[in-house]
Design a protein around this ligand. Sequence first.
Ligand code: NDP
Ligand code: 8X3
Length: 250
Amino acid sequence: MIALITGASAGIGAAAAERFARGGYDLIVTGRRASLLEDLRKKIESAYPVRVWTLSFDVRNQEEVTHYFSLLPAEWREVDVLVNNAGLAVGLQSIQEGMIDDWERMIDTNIKGLLYVTRMVAPWMVSRQKGHIVNIGSIAGKEVYPNGNVYCATKHAVDALSKAMRYDLLSSGIRVSQICPGAAETEFSEVRFKGDLERAANVYKGFESLRATDIAEAIWYVTQLPPHVNINDMVIMPTAQAGTMLLHRT
Ligand code: NDP
Ligand code: 8X3
């Protein structure tokens, strides 16, 4: 079995890679930071009897996506699980003051990157009439919050695309699931606040946030159900969170 996980150099993607390795899957892991992917490969291959193929590219660049996936030999194209996880929020500003470059980064990564990867991998699954696509959405794809505008829009797009993929792949026997986390402590807020570590840490103060491993377990769970069962959508929040803006902090 092979799992292809995008954005595996950190956070949820790295945790998912480890979970699938523990379950005996060979892995294709992607991200821009080649050295982190290499560290992950060494860690996983020394702990589990699986093979790890690293591909370092930017999901926003369609030529790179096509090029790197084209390098995969035929046996590695037999992808059983695709986890479309690479994504980010950049900035937290009102629509009238938002930075266009931040918007482009979020739209290009969270929507177009997910589409480029899916466009490469879905035909491999269709030809085998087999596979499972797990899209990592967000609670931000279910509701919006002040200054979350474009990030929320990109995750609403992931929500729509997850449903649309299910429609289009229905006759191919391919499962499509979406997992929508609430607040999970990863590099997410460091990226959103452009390296402001103090501001990022404050996001998770006073309550127990989700961990990357919690989401990895959920991804594992949905992919291990019998083939006739599909979890369409799963929203996972910290117990202390009831909505994007509603956290019980002590
Ligand atoms: P991290 O910042 O810890 O990890 C993000 C991953 O995405 C990294 O591996 C990063 O790799 C990769 N990535 C980002 N941009 C690109 C790009 N242009 N090309 C290739 N890879 C890229 O965040 P999380 O683990 O938290 O985020 C994973 C997913 O979960 C995202 O889609 C996020 O929106 C979603 N999510 C996160 C929540 C949270 O609270 N943490 C809540 C809800 C959803 P690299 O930098 O090496 O390219
Ligand atoms: C990340 C969760 O609430 O910061 O997708 O948008 S939130």
